[in-house]
Design a protein around this ligand. Sequence first.
Ligand SMILES: C[S@@+](CC[C@H](N)C(=O)[O-])C[C@H]1O[C@@H](n2cnc3c(N)ncnc32)[C@H](O)[C@@H]1O
Length: 258
Amino acid sequence: MDDYQTFIQAIYKKTGIDLSLYKEAQMKRRLTSLRDKRGFRSFEAYYQALTKDQELFEEFLQRMTINVSEFFRNRPRWDVLDQKLLPALVKNTPKLKVWSAACSTGEEPYSLSILLRKHLRSDRFSILATDLDQSILDRACSGYYTERALKEVTEQHVNAYFDSEGAAYRVKKELQQPITFRRHNLLADPYEEGFDLIVCRNVMIYFTEQAKAEIYQRFSRALKPGGLLFVGSTEQIFNPEQYGLKTADTFFYQKSQG
Ligand SMILES: C[S@@+](CC[C@H](N)C(=O)[O-])C[C@H]1O[C@@H](n2cnc3c(N)ncnc32)[C@H](O)[C@@H]1O
């Protein structure tokens, strides 16, 4: 077995993270450049160092998970959710159950919280926000953002839901209150069920075709009949019917009504 494959197995044993389910060329390139930067000539030597040096290990985790996010990423899609899809969705349920899967630094669940408050009182929805990376979830929980991250948030919503603290903006408690942050590995952990809306954007691009198919199947099972899956703007699902889903709008898929 080659050096990289042995590394993948060792990481899986240590962390439960299966790098073989991520597209190999891309992941190998990222990790090789990090390994080289730290002065290791082989993955074996790099792994030995990772097991002894917590900082090096954290850095490795940071590099393998790509964390870029922003509020209302691809704004026109959020407008479709707001104006076309949410009005119908909120009619069908006393309490909307939403999952922001692979939520990174929190911009996505907070965007959802802003949007849902336009349609529902905050005790009529809950948002589960999950990611593989605990340190990123800690940042999400703290709720601090730069002005740049807020570029797609309207001035009215910035004023209503953020406190400015020096150069940063901090999310107000009322926006955080419906959100539960929790560590979750999409490739390994059980999925909760009964969701009206699952938002999973800009992470499937890193997975192999086989891993993606498995996840779409599991998302479909996790949705209520009529529930919606909202994917990223490069992540169109071909043949959604194979997962019991149909296209509701571009990048939105709806589970069949039972
Ligand atoms: C590019 S960010 C996407 C953030 C947000 N969804 C968005 O669209 O702006 C990708 C996130 O996926 C997370 N991730 C990677 N592999 C994962 C896995 N197996 N399970 C859960 N999250 C994962 C990373 O930690 C990272 O925070």
